[in-house]
Design a protein around this ligand. Structure first.
Ligand code: GDP
Ligand code: MG
Length: 436
């Protein structure tokens, strides 16, 4: 994929070898090829790499202390520009504000509708979801399930086959019940077709939404770009939602769409869970494409999922070196709430690639949770009292081996030592400096 290819391209520069102008030229060429392979239009790729080369020479990459890093930074800046530079928010003008969701079948519209509802609800907005997929009864149920999951009302008329009418009734219902945002989920087809286009077009005309979002599956590569163009020509949408960015980190679609349709990517979606939605930040995406990981999104996701009071309680216990297995178990549960472990790992710099073939998922916690579950309350609070006999009992109680119990105890002990060190650093002010 693109990330691997770019990393390959940077290898020469990152290595210990001397950097020469020839190296730079060769690397620039490889970067260009990596971009075109990732479906970035040749002309755009050439422009980008020409600027990279110019900047690299300007900033004296050749004599920099860490030439490879400087070079990667320059590429990162150019990719950021290519994707629009700044993050663009969603327009919520109107009372209620109307958000129309369009895209092909299977692109992730219904899933995104649920996520967006949850996202806006978290901001304290009163949201109504509207099911306008009139062809598949299952689609209405799907939206209802998601609505229930995120605690947002879903408006549907299973018998009605007129999408515009349903949406207008939904609007009336929203006004009556004081909803401030109405999200309209529509039907898609497997490929662009006239009936579908006409239908969304009619919806857009009738509703005059403050925001029309085009949802596209990032795994579809060049097709994603073509579909975006076709939809934009008809709908003149306001923004793009890039879905399924979990799994393989495909940057190709993100890099090309902006250039082709001149519309910002506003959200990205990295999993099936309702939490797996992020605002699209071009600079973070560029870092992610370059393999630096998307640490900031990860931290933000963590902040959303973590219960603030619980976090305060835990950090105070950490500070007093009283963090125990009860707290540890609580943390595992919090992590699981954040979404799929694999998605999360993909956001850590360098980890995505390392863990690509490793089989880790939320089930990986099961033995750990079983072991903790088999401890007595006293043992959880004071793991130091766990002797050989207790270990034997815990192992058989949790269906694990003494070896596994030992491993967990050892890891836990190391974790506590690390916390102690961090506390010391923190009290001397080093950590807070590092976190800035
Ligand atoms: P729609 O036909 O456009 O409404 O698409 P759906 O919302 O029904 O999604 C189609 C399939 O893709 C479902 O199985 C979703 O769970 C899945 N899906 C949606 N978004 C994502 C995502 O960001 N990542 C992954 N892995 N799956 C997704
Ligand atoms: Mg759907």
């Amino acid at each position: 994929n693109l990330q691997d290819k770019l990393n390959q391209a940077f290898k020469t520069l990152k290595g210990q070898g001397r950097i020469t102008e020839i190296n730079v030229a060769a690397t620039v060429k490889e970067v260009r090829r990596a971009l075109t392979d990732a479906d970035v239009n040749y002309k755009v790729a050439k422009e980008v790499t020409d600027r990279v080369k110019e900047k690299a020479l300007d900033r004296k990459v050749l004599i920099a202390v860490e030439p490879g890093q400087l070079f990667v930074k320059i590429v990162q800046e150019e990719l950021t520009e290519l994707m629009g530079g700044e993050a663009e928010g969603i327009n919520l003008k109107g009372d209620p504000a109307i958000i129309l969701i369009a895209g092909l079948q299977g692109s992730g519209k219904t899933t995104f509708s649920g996520k967006l509802a949850a996202f806006l609800k978290k901001q304290g907005r009163n949201v109504l979801l509207t099911a306008c997929d009139i062809y598949r009864p299952a689609a209405i149920d799907q939206l209802k399930v998601l609505g229930e999951q995120v605690g947002v009302e879903v408006y549907a008329e299973p018998e009605n086959k007129n999408a515009v009418e349903i949406a207008q009734n939904a609007l009336a219902h929203a006004r009556k019940t004081g909803k401030k945002v109405v999200i309209v989920d529509t039907a898609g087809r497997l490929a662009v077709d006239e009936v579908m286009m006409k239908e969304v077009e009619n919806l857009k005309k009738a509703l005059n939404p403050s925001e029309t979002l085009f949802v596209v599956d990032s795994m579809t590569g060049q097709d994603a770009v073509n579909t975006a163009k076709t939809f934009n020509d008809r709908l003149n949408f306001d923004g793009v939602v890039l879905t399924k960015l979990d799994g393989d980190a495909r940057g190709g679609a993100a890099l090309s769409i902006r250039g082709v349709v001149q519309k910002p990517i506003k959200f990205m979606s990295t999993g099936e869970k309702m939490e797996a939605l992020d605002i699209f930040y071009p600079d973070r995406m560029a870092s992610r494409i370059l393999g630096m990981g998307d640490v900031i999104s990860l931290v933000e996701r963590a902040q959303q999922a973590f219960d603030e009071d619980e976090a305060k309680r835990i950090s105070s216990k950490m500070r007093q070196n009283k963090f125990d297995f009860n707290d540890f178990r609580g943390q595992l549960q919090q992590i699981k709430k954040m979404g799929n472990i694999k998605d999360l790992i993909g956001m850590i710099p360098g980890m995505g690639k390392m863990m690509k073939d490793v089989d880790i998922d939320n089930d990986s916690f099961k033995p750990i949770e079983a072991i903790i579950g088999s401890m007595t309350p006293i043992e959880r609070e004071r793991p130091d009292i766990i002797d050989g006999n207790r270990k034997k009992r815990i192992a058989s109680g949790s269906g694990t081996s003494i070896q596994e119990v030992n491993n967990l105890l050892k890891q836990f002990d190391e974790m506590r030592k690390m916390m102690k060190k961090m506390n010391q650093m923190n009290s001397s002010g080093k950590l807070s400096k590092m976190m800035k």
